[in-house]
Design a protein around this ligand. Structure first.
Ligand SMILES: Cc1cc2nc3c(=O)[nH]c(=O)nc-3n(C[C@H](O)[C@H](O)[C@H](O)COP(=O)(O)O)c2cc1C
Length: 378
């Protein structure tokens, strides 16, 4: 009965989002909508009444979705990906919105205003976004202060990157910036993600090169950090580059990969083949459906190649329970999204989780962990 009521609730919310809210939001500048949503989410997290009301509309629990991964308990496998809650404004409300975990940031050594506006665009037909924020964030110290000592009711990952500035382009300066951020976030959150794949910063993505990554991980490895550490990869690496990356991470204490970040590739077949979006900006990286296949391929390759040694967080183009399940069956233990929620509505988290339970039951699994990598055995 409870399952049926939640299904009805979600269908009503989906209808209102598609018919009323989305057409209005999609008329407004995307960054303005993003900022308003963060403010609204922050407000909802400030009182117990607003928190309970949010949970009534959006939450979903089922034992089949619970897992313990790297010592951390997750109520469900779906997280909010990095880049939405850049400054840790939504950690109070996140658990009530249906998410099982969140990732804040990316946070950098120094405060950063980001790239000049405009810096966020919708690709309405291809169901993606072009993102050119350039790591706008309040800086590691301010954000760490906000979260220090705070008891969070879902696991929170802290994504770190190097400050988007001419000053961090040189290798040593870039590493120093990562190290500063890493040291500062040591006491907050449940895991760290080293983001080496932001496509929108001064100096590009040097740490996707094996020599530079080796130097970076040598320095971050000197910091006493006892929680899990992930590396966030771009979707555009060749198999050779992935192999080289794994060789480097094998030499360090790295627990997993987030697969993947945004694509820089404007020849991406989903954008160029099926979709004829007008005026795609030259700058920025693309999220959503255009990267789904690339992310799936990356998950598949790494899971098989490393025989499941690394925990994988799958990310890119998850718009339904089926999309999420595919990533899990390829080897992702956890999944994340942003674009899906923007295109489909805030009930999507609950829809995905409820849909996952149905898919698990159909396939005879008692728990989500039994499905991880089932289509990609080594
Ligand atoms: C508005 C926006 C901002 C983002 N900023 C970051 C960021 O700061 N750090 C990061 O690691 N990824 C960032 N990303 C990438 C997402 O975390 C995610 O990898 C990507 O959007 C693919 O997921 P999706 O298709 O569900 O959106 C951003 C994505 C979006 C849409």
């Amino acid at each position: 009965m409870k399952e049926i009521l939640i299904k009805i609730r979600n269908s009503i919310l989906r209808f209102f989002y598609k018919v009323i809210f989305k057409p209005i939001f999609f008329q407004v500048d995307p960054e303005k909508v993003h900022d308003k949503m963060i403010k609204f989410g922050h407000f909802l997290g400030t009182g117990s009444f607003t928190k309970s009301l949010t949970a009534l509309f959006f939450s979903y629990r089922n034992k089949k979705l619970e897992q313990k991964i790297l010592g951390i308990k997750f109520n469900n496998p779906l997280g909010l990906a990095a880049g939405f809650d850049k400054n840790a404004e939504m950690t109070e409300i996140l658990p009530r919105t249906g998410f099982g975990f969140g990732e804040i940031g990316s946070i950098t050594g120094e405060q950063c205003k980001g790239n000049p506006k405009p810096r966020l665009w919708r690709l309405k037909k291809s169901k993606g976004l072009v993102v050119y924020y350039g790591l706008k964030n309040e800086g590691c110290e301010k954000i760490a202060n906000k979260l220090e000592g705070k008891k969070l009711s879902v696991p929170i990952g802290i994504s770190i990157a190097k400050t988007n500035s001419k000053k961090t382009v040189k290798l040593e300066a870039g590493i120093k910036d990562y190290v500063k951020a890493f040291k500062t976030i040591k006491n907050i959150g449940d895991f760290a993600v080293i983001n080496i794949s932001c496509p929108n910063t001064f100096g590009g993505t040097p740490f996707t090169q094996k020599e530079d990554l080796e130097k970076l991980l040598t320095e971050t490895g000197k910091i006493k950090y006892e929680k899990p550490v992930f590396i966030k990869l771009p979707p555009d690496l060749t198999k050779k580059q992935i192999d080289e990356t794994i060789k480097v991470t094998d030499r360090h204490i790295i627990d997993g990969f987030v697969c993947t970040n945004l694509t820089k590739d404007r020849e991406n077949k989903t954008i160029s083949r099926k979709i004829h979006e007008k005026n795609i900006p030259e700058v920025g990286g693309v999220s959503g459906k255009p990267i789904e296949e690339l992310a799936d391929e990356t998950i598949k390759y790494i899971y098989k190649k490393t025989k499941g040694k690394y925990t994988i967080i799958g990310c890119g183009g998850i718009f339904s329970a089926e999309d999420a399940y595919k990533k899990i069956r390829l080897g992702a233990s956890l999944i994340q999204q942003i674009s899906g929620m923007i295109f489909e509505g805030p009930q999507l988290m609950s829809e995905i989780n409820q849909g996952l339970v149905k898919l698990l039951e159909k396939d005879g699994f008692n728990n989500i962990s039994e499905a991880v990598g089932i289509d990609n055995q080594f």
